[in-house]
Ligand binder design. Structure first.
Ligand SMILES: [Zn+2]
Length: 416
């Protein structure tokens, strides 16, 4: 099972937008680009909402059947590890093996020694086609990389083999993610991470490194675009080279976990993909949930009241909601609109603040981030939320589809 050149990881908190999401992907297909959909949901999301991986499988299969999608599609066990992978084994055929927590744990001397010995052929000047810089690889460099990443790779191997035993070879795609690490990985570190993964016999097809800059939930990239461009281009070159050198799957590509909506990066990524004829997996996380809130707000007075209620309930529960996302939200609490003001808003007032349109002066990135992490409040509302969403079906579906196609797929995969 080799993943397509382009794929997009789409989140759907409540599992109602599969058809709308696929609608956006079919728009791309009609425009000439196949982008394989990958429905991703992490253990954390499932726990917060009270859904199960099998629900995602049902949603994906149903959307594919109803839309007539003829290309590949996947269900991603997102950011899993050995302790929580079992619940995903029936439903998922894409596994994001998250080993970020194991980075920096020192390996034992024997394991480290064996790694350095196995990497000995790469000692000296390491040149990677497409990268101008030359890396001087010494035993000390290899030891440092081994100390940082070897334990993480060995852990990925344990999880991979666990999935392999259950699913069988060729029945799933393996991604390895280090994007939730503390520090970005340098391109030559990525090279040796891929070397170590190949050595561990993990046929990794997508690799999600951590880049410089901030990838906050639901808002644009915060950081130096030139630095990102350099890192991204170098990582593409490393991946291409690693396929040849380590015999990794020909489908191996970079996976960018965006936390959604890194609009300023799309033109940079597109240019680099074109220049290097490279594939990409893009994870967009939770934009769909925010589009649902927008759709519900636009659906009529009772929908608007429920959309406002989510925000108003989120205000006093700020700490609790932000806690699981502490490193990926940055909300200026003092700037959050207060209840008295919110109550007066029309649907347009609310949507102008929430929708990710940076040309709109009312756009409010503090409010947007808070609503982004407030999805569990909708889960707690139960039928009140799902009925509002059903009543807003057409509007919400249109918002989801337009957002995914116009703001994400088109600029990145079609360049228009
Ligand atoms: Zn991630």
């Amino acid at each position: 099972m080799l993943i397509e050149k382009y794929s997009i990881g789409i989140g759907d908190r409540f599992g109602k937008e599969g058809l709308a999401q696929l609608g956006a992907i079919q728009q791309a297909e009609r425009a000439g680009v196949v982008v394989a959909p990958v429905w991703n949901k992490s253990f954390r999301e499932h726990s917060l909402i009270g859904t199960r991986p099998d629900d995602v499988r049902v949603e994906a299969d149903d959307a594919v059947r109803r839309s007539g999608w003829r290309h590949g599609y996947y269900v991603d066990a997102d950011h899993i590890g050995l302790p929580n992978v079992d619940g995903f084994l029936a439903a998922s055929d894409f596994y994001t093996l998250d080993v970020a927590d194991f980075i920096g744990q020192p390996p034992d001397d024997a394991a480290l020694g064996a790694f350095v010995r196995d990497m000995a052929p790469f000692r000296g000047a390491l040149k990677i086609p497409g990268i101008d810089a030359v890396f001087e690889v010494t035993d000390a460099v290899l030891e440092k990389i081994g100390r940082s990443y070897l334990v993480a790779v060995l852990e990925a191997g344990r999880t991979y083999r666990h999935v392999l035993a259950a699913k069988g070879a060729g029945h799933f795609v393996a991604e390895v993610s280090t994007d939730e690490a503390m520090d970005p990985q340098l391109p030559f570190e990525l090279f040796f991470i891929l070397a170590a993964l190949a050595r561990e016999k993990i046929p990794v097809q997508t690799i999600a490194p951590k880049f410089s800059g901030k990838f906050l939930k639901g808002i644009d990239y915060v950081g130096d675009l030139k630095v990102f461009a350099r890192e991204f281009e170098a990582d593409l070159a490393v991946v291409k080279h690693a396929i040849d050198v380590f015999g990794l799957p020909s489908s191996l590509k970079v996976s960018v976990h965006t936390g959604s909506d890194k609009f300023s990066l799309y033109p940079i990524m597109r240019r680099a993909l074109q220049n290097q004829d490279a594939g990409l997996h893009l994870k967009t996380a939770g934009t769909t949930w925010l589009e649902e809130v927008i759709g519900v707000a636009l659906s009529g007075p009772s929908g608007l009241a429920i959309a406002k209620k989510i925000y108003l309930q989120a205000l006093p529960r700020f700490d609790e909601l932000c806690k699981p996302y502490a490193t990926v939200v940055e909300i200026d609490r003092a700037k959050l609109p207060q209840p008295a003001a919110v109550e007066k808003w029309s649907a347009q007032d609310f949507v102008a603040r929430l929708r990710h349109d940076q040309s709109q002066p009312a756009y409010d990135l503090n409010l947007r981030q808070l609503v982004h992490v407030a999805f569990r409040l909708a889960a707690e509302m139960g039928a009140e939320w799902t009925e509002a969403l059903s009543a807003a079906r057409e509007t919400a579906g249109r918002c989801v589809q337009e957002n995914l196609f116009d703001r994400h797929i088109r600029p990145l995969f079609l360049g228009t």
